[in-house]
Write a protein of this length. Structure first.
Length: 462
């Protein structure tokens, strides 16, 4: 199929580029990125786009690295394309961090790309991964035992998107295009070394696979597309199941219903575990090992006794009764015992992802369902405070107040969050309720004679 038609059809199918887009094209000077840059330059009027070019100089090959930069800059000057470049302090960063060379290069390179996109107001970053790269990625993923869905045509990146317009064309097609168009390109000498995993696959594995099937790149590209579509559907189901098992969530803890978790189809359970971990570690890129996921998964399926799971960065999971509580940093710190006044007609946070509002009887806008209570002027304003040793609450049908510590046990409130509980008290220090656990005998679910106030309790996230 025609190179131009192949790319434009792939673009239309996956909605990679739209009229008015400002594309920042990453160009190393190699064949793939030169083909992408020149092709988009040729098509910019047809597509209705603006393009710029960005080059990261890693400074790892001395004069060769600088020559790559000059080559790309000269090409951009010839094509009248805005050019952005930066020499990255990779060696200095490696010495200070003692990290992996390729990981550090990739992180610093994409950080520079993201910064430039934001500063120069580009909404998409175009990179030159192609079908042969996709095959290598799949085989590398299978070898590591990770998911082998390959690279996606597009994904979120910074405040915009990262797109791969060449993902359905082969390296052979790219080289043929450059030959016809008479564009030269740079050869990275490090690509010939077997130091890097991808190079070893490219030099030793790919020739064997291509010998078995010369069209393996297209075969794998179609296969990954099907895998990605299946994954998107399964992920959609997993999100729905995940929402169904949440008992409550807050800024420092998350509790799930294990009975509901066990009812989830096995194919979705570990995906739900991954969603739990994503909630526990928002905006963090962690290496989530199979052993960690399997450990949490097995604990969620366990039915006997209680147990504790230690998670990265000090977080913990506590299995108790038929629930599992995940604690965030600071989850075990006690709630402040100082009292906070509850102003009439306003929502107030009372912990455990709950908020309350107290209304006067004559408030015509207080229409939500709630609980009714008679309060004397001297008892107002009621207040919210943390739990203290010896606290008791009088419950309906009881002659003596019940110890709050016993009430929390009876209500199966996880031990790890009991100190975070907030109480409602009057000016005389009488405890009248524990939002989210139990309200005292003075509250009724229906209006009673002489009631003066109504209280509403709801989730913060609602």
């Amino acid at each position: 199929m025609d190179f131009r038609y192949e790319i434009l059809e792939y673009n239309q199918k996956h909605q990679l580029i739209s009229g008015g887009d400002r594309l920042l094209v990453a160009c190393s000077g190699g064949a793939d990125s030169v083909a992408l840059l020149t092709f988009l330059h040729q098509q910019k009027e047809n597509l209705g786009i603006d393009i710029g070019c960005i080059h990261a100089n890693h400074g790892l090959r001395d004069e060769e690295s600088d020559a790559d930069e000059r080559f790309v800059e000269t090409l951009c000057q010839k094509l009248i394309i805005p050019f952005y470049t930066k020499t990255l302090d990779i060696q200095e960063i490696l010495q200070s961090e003692n990290g992996n060379l390729q990981d550090v290069c990739r992180r610093e390179r994409y950080h520079f790309f993201e910064q430039t996109m934001k500063e120069k107001k580009y909404n998409k970053l175009a990179v030159a991964h192609h079908a042969d790269d996709q095959v290598e990625s799949v085989f590398m993923g299978l070898t590591r035992g990770t998911r082998a869905n390959g690279m996606y045509a597009k994904r979120s990146f910074g405040t915009g998107e990262l797109i791969r317009p060449l993902l359905f064309v082969t390296r052979q097609q790219i080289e043929q295009y450059l030959k016809i168009q008479q564009y030269t390109y740079r050869e990275d000498s490090s690509n010939q070394k077997d130091t890097y995993t991808r190079n070893r696959f490219r030099h030793h594995i790919m020739p064997l696979v291509q010998e078995e099937n010369p069209n393996v790149a297209m075969a794998i590209s179609h296969w990954t597309l099907q895998q990605q579509q299946d994954e998107q559907l399964l992920q959609k189901f997993a999100v729905k199941e995940y929402k169904g098992i949440i008992i409550f969530s807050s800024h420092h803890s998350l509790e799930i219903d294990l009975n509901r978790f066990r009812d989830i189809e096995l194919a979705l359970q570990k995906r739900v575990v991954l969603l739990l971990l994503n909630y526990l570690y928002p905006n963090e890129k962690l290496w989530l090992s199979h052993s960690l996921i399997d450990q949490i998964h097995s604990q969620c399926l366990e039915r006997d006794g209680s147990s504790e799971v230690h998670l990265p960065k000090g977080r913990k999971g506590y299995r108790h009764y038929s629930t599992m509580l995940f604690s965030f940093d600071g989850a075990n710190s006690s709630a402040p015992t100082s009292a906070t006044s509850i102003d009439i007609g306003q929502w107030h946070s009372v912990g455990s992802d709950l908020r309350i509002k107290l209304c006067n009887r004559d408030d015509g806008f207080c229409l939500e369902d709630g609980w009714y209570i008679t309060l004397e002027p001297s008892e107002l304003p009621i207040r919210s405070r943390g739990r203290l040793t010896g606290d008791r609450l009088l419950l309906k049908g009881m002659k003596e107040p019940k110890r709050l510590s016993r009430l929390l046990i009876d209500k199966k409130v996880p031990r790890q969050i009991r100190d975070d509980i907030r109480l409602l008290i009057t000016q005389q220090e009488e405890i009248i309720g524990v939002p989210g656990v139990r309200l005292g005998t003075r509250f009724t679910t229906q209006p009673h004679d002489g009631w003066t106030h109504k209280i509403m309790i709801e989730k913060e996230s609602n």
